[in-house]
Design a protein around this ligand. Structure first.
Ligand SMILES: NC(=O)c1ccc[n+]([C@@H]2O[C@H](COP(=O)([O-])OP(=O)(O)OC[C@H]3O[C@@H](n4cnc5c(N)ncnc54)[C@H](OP(=O)(O)O)[C@@H]3O)[C@@H](O)[C@H]2O)c1
Length: 264
C-alpha cells in the first residue's frame, strides 16, 4: 500500500534505539526524510549512519535533550533548515518512571513530567505553526497503557500518561480545522532497552526471582501472551502519520497484544 507520504519531513524524537529507531527506519523506507534526536551523540550518529546505509534514505540527526526547551527549538529549526518544513512529529523520547507511591520522589516525577509531558507539549508548540500554515500535519504521541488503566507500580508513568491522553484529545479538537491530526499510541511491554532497564524492578514488584519469570508473568497479561516488537509499534505509527489515516484524529490506539481489557 502506498502510504502517500513520500518526500514528507518527519521528526522522530528518541530515534536512536527502540521504537523510535524502528519508526525512523520505516519512514525512510516510505521515502520520508527523517530527523532523529537523542541525548547521546555516539549512539545517535551510529543509528543515523546505519539507517542511511540500510535504506538509502535521507536522515538527519540532532543531539537534543527533550527536557530542555532550547534543545527542542534547535531540533525543530534544524529539521526545517535541512528539509524545508516539518510535516510529521512523533513524540517518542522518554522513559518509564516505575515504582509505588512510597518510593517515588518529587525529583523523579519532575524529570518524568519534563521529558514526556512538557517535552511532548513543547515540541508540539514549535511544529504546530509550521503544520497549520501548510494545512497538513501529523502528530503521534507515544504514551503507554498505564495512562488508561492505573497500576500502583506505574504510578509516575501513569499520571503523566493520563495527562498526555487528555492533551492528545484536546489538541486533536483544536487543530482539526487546520488538517493537523493528533493521535496517540499506547504501548504495552515492548522488547527494547527500556524493558531491560526495568526488568529487575518488575521482578521485585512481582516477587519473582528472575527477570525471565517477570517477563513471563508480564506477557501472560496480554491476550497474545508475548511482548511486542518495535516494528509492530512502528507499523501503526507510520500508518497514523500517513495519508491513509486522513480521517483519524483524537484516537489513542492500544498496541499491547490485548493487555488492556476495557472497552476504550
Ligand atoms: N518499551 C516499552 O515497553 C514501552 C511501554 C510503554 C511506553 N513506552 C514509551 O515508548 C517510548 C519509546 O520507548 P522505548 O522502549 O523505545 O525506549 P528506549 O529503547 O529506552 O529508547 C528511548 C529513546 O529515547 C531517547 N531519549 C530518552 N530520553 C530522552 C530525552 N530526555 N531527550 C531526548 N531523547 C531521549 C533515547 O536516547 P538517549 O538515551 O541517548 O537520549 C532513545 O533513543 C517512550 O516514550 C516510552 O515511555 C515504551
Amino acid at each position: 500500500m502506498d502510504m502517500g507520504i513520500k518526500g514528507k519531513s518527519a521528526i522522530v524524537t528518541g530515534g536512536s534505539r527502540g521504537i523510535g529507531r524502528e519508526a525512523a527506519r520505516q519512514f525512510l523506507e516510505e521515502g520520508v526524510r527523517v530527523t532523529i534526536c537523542g541525548r547521546t551523540a555516539e549512539s545517535l550518529e551510529r543509528t543515523r549512519a546505519e539507517l542511511a546505509g540500510a535504506t538509502g534514505g535521507e536522515i538527519h540527526a540532532v543531539v537534543a535533550d527533550m527536557t530542555k526547551e532550547a534543545d527542542i527549538a534547535r531540533l525543530v529549526d534544524s529539521a526545517k533548515q535541512r528539509f524545508g518544513t516539518v510535516d510529521i512529529l512523533v513524540n517518542n523520547a522518554g522513559q518509564m518512571y516505575s515504582g509505588r507511591f512510597a518510593v517515588l520522589n518529587d525529583a523523579g516525577l519532575k524529570e518524568q513530567l519534563e521529558t514526556k509531558l512538557f517535552g511532548f507539549m513543547r515540541a508540539i508548540r514549535f511544529v504546530y505553526p509550521i503544520m497549520k500554515a501548510q494545512r497538513w500535519g501529523r502528530i503521534v504521541n507515544i504514551i503507554g497503557g498505564a495512562g488508561k488503566e492505573p497500576d500502583p507500580y506505574m504510578f509516575g508513568s501513569g499520571i503523566t500518561n493520563s495527562a498526555l491522553l487528555n492533551i492528545t484529545k484536546s489538541l486533536s479538537t483544536e487543530f482539526g480545522a487546520d488538517n493537523v491530526l493528533v493521535n496517540a499510541v499506547c504501548p504495552g511491554w515492548v522488547d527494547t532497552n527500556l524493558w531491560q532497564r526495568n526488568a529487575q524492578g518488575l521482578a521485585a514488584e512481582l516477587e519473582v526471582k528472575s527477570e525471565e519469570e517477570a517477563r513471563r508473568l508480564a506477557a501472560r497479561k496480554n491476550s497474545l501472551n508475548r511482548f511486542g516488537k518495535p516494528e509492530e509499534l512502528a507499523n501503526a505509527i507510520v500508518f497514523l502519520c500517513s495519508e491513509r489515516a486522513s480521517y483519524i484524529t483524537g484516537v489513542s490506539l492500544n498496541l499491547d497484544g490485548g493487555r488492556l481489557k476495557s472497552l476504550w
